[in-house]
Design a protein around this ligand. Structure first.
Ligand code: HEC
Length: 168
């Protein structure tokens, strides 16, 4: 009698374990599905690149107007706008990251130094690198050109400021 009860208990335990495992597997599947859905809803390159394009144009006019904090701010969020691509396009994002950290560094340095002449040179030079990446990724038909006015006209580019004025 004792044995039968023990076997029954064991069997019930086994069933429970099996059921729990099945529920757990289904939960993992559901979570994975949600992650996949979230990821597919995040922007890839095209959407943030629009922001990169606009902020990049604005940087120039901010520096020209002596609004160095605005230039630093635009550069910071030009890079920040690309963050979703680290999830949606990790391999390509690495190329962006090395572009921003290395190739774009002279622009950031001259902003920090408030050196207009050096900035002008570094800024104009980097446009070729933007376009080289477009070509390399099969988008040679997207060619960045310098605008005659900022992309966003609703900001005062001539307020004098320090590059360090951007809140952390
Ligand atoms: C890592 C490579 C890479 C770098 C560096 C890069 N781009 Fe792009 N850019 C792309 C790709 C790829 C696209 C096409 C978007 C897509 O469909 O994937 C693009 C598209 C664009 C577009 C068109 C966006 C639209 O849909 O309207 C603009 C504007 C742009 N880039 C500006 C720039 C500027 C300005 C720079 C330099 C400061 C730059 N890009 C640097 C890869 C790059």
């Amino acid at each position: 009698m004792k044995n039968i009860r023990a076997i029954a208990l064991l069997a019930a335990g086994g069933l429970l374990l099996g059921a729990t495992t099945a529920v757990y597997a289904q939960e993992v599947k559901d979570v994975q599905k949600q992650i996949d859905e979230l990821r597919s809803a995040l922007p890839k390159f095209a959407i943030p690149m629009r922001e990169v394009g606009d902020r990049f144009q604005n940087i120039y006019f901010a520096a020209k107007g002596g609004n160095w904090a605005l230039a630093a701010y635009m550069a910071k969020y030009m890079n920040g706008s690309m963050t979703p691509a680290s999830v949606t396009k990790p391999a390509e994002y690495k190329v962006w990251k090395s572009f921003y950290d290395e190739t774009f560094a002279p622009v950031n340095k001259t902003i920090q130094a408030k050196d207009w002449k050096a900035f002008d040179t570094a800024y104009n030079a980097v446009i070729n690198n933007c376009n080289a990446c477009h070509e390399g990724m099969g988008y040679g038909f997207i060619k960045v050109v310098k605008l005659k006015a900022p992309a966003d006209s609703g900001i005062n580019y001539a307020i004098k400021s320090e590059p360090g004025d951007v809140p952390k």
